[in-house]
Design a protein around this ligand. Structure first.
Ligand code: CDP
Length: 218
């Protein structure tokens, strides 16, 4: 009998849709390692910000891709400044190419994996066992992002956060390199009206259903 295929779960979606929370919970539920691929782009952005590289230069951003070791747990990674630069430099094809292999290696590890980002189901792991596209209305996402910022002791206004979320959506969806898009075979999970626990429970159900369907003989 052939060995069972490793379980690979791809979770994509826009900013503050809840994809990170869902991906972490799925990893815990299925006992899999998890990679938040946004931290890679954020680490490149943080390096540029700290060392004065120009985010307008694709070559400076490419060079920064070699300098991200040790930044994965830096508290400044989650700042809005870093998020804004990450959203810009992630549009550069050379940056995406430079970060591709380590994401694919993570997805292809023998025991399976959960990855979340913007292009996991479309580019990084197109053969993933289960793909979720997690979304929510821009207004709900802005409220969630605002709550996160306030909880971290930062000042922000809902109207500004909403403008930023819309700008981020626009850039992520309209760039030519690996734009944010729902893969044809991704299951849609709209979390606008769901609290954390209900969103996670629904994600687990969707993935379990997909695993069951995969294991049935055609
Ligand atoms: O959730 P949020 O948008 O705040 O941030 P994130 O997931 O940490 O990603 C930061 C930025 O990196 C996003 O704005 C995307 O533009 C980019 N990104 C990407 O292009 N591809 C990925 N696989 C992950 C993130």
């Amino acid at each position: 009998m052939p060995a069972p295929k490793p379980l690979v779960i791809a979770v994509d979606g826009p900013a503050a849709s809840g994809k990170g929370t869902i991906a972490r919970a799925l990893a815990k539920h299925f006992g899999l390692p998890h990679l938040d691929t946004g931290t890679l782009y954020r680490a490149v952005a943080l390096h540029l910000l700290r060392w004065g590289g120009d985010p307008e230069s694709e070559f400076a951003a490419l060079r920064a891709c070699d300098e991200i070791a040790g930044l994965a747990d830096d508290p400044e990674l989650r700042s809005e400044a870093v998020g804004g630069i990450a959203s810009r430099i992630s549009a550069y094809p050379m940056v995406r190419q430079a970060l591709l292999q380590r994401q694919q290696n993570f997805a292809e590890q023998p025991g399976g994996a959960v990855l979340d980002g913007r292009d996991i189901g479309t580019v990084i792991a197109p053969d993933a066992t289960a793909k979720l596209f997690v979304t929510a209305s821009p207004e709900v996402r802005a409220e969630r992002r605002l709550a996160e910022l306030l909880a971290r002791g930062l000042h922000a206004h809902l109207a500004d956060v909403l403008i930023d979320i819309r700008a981020r959506d626009e850039r992520d969806s309209h760039r030519s390199a690996a734009p944010l898009a729902r893969a044809d075979d991704a299951l849609l999970l709209d979390t606008s009206a769901l609290d954390r626990d209900s969103a996670v429970a629904q994600a687990v159900r969707l993935v379990e259903r997909k695993i069951k369907a995969e294991s049935q003989p055609a």
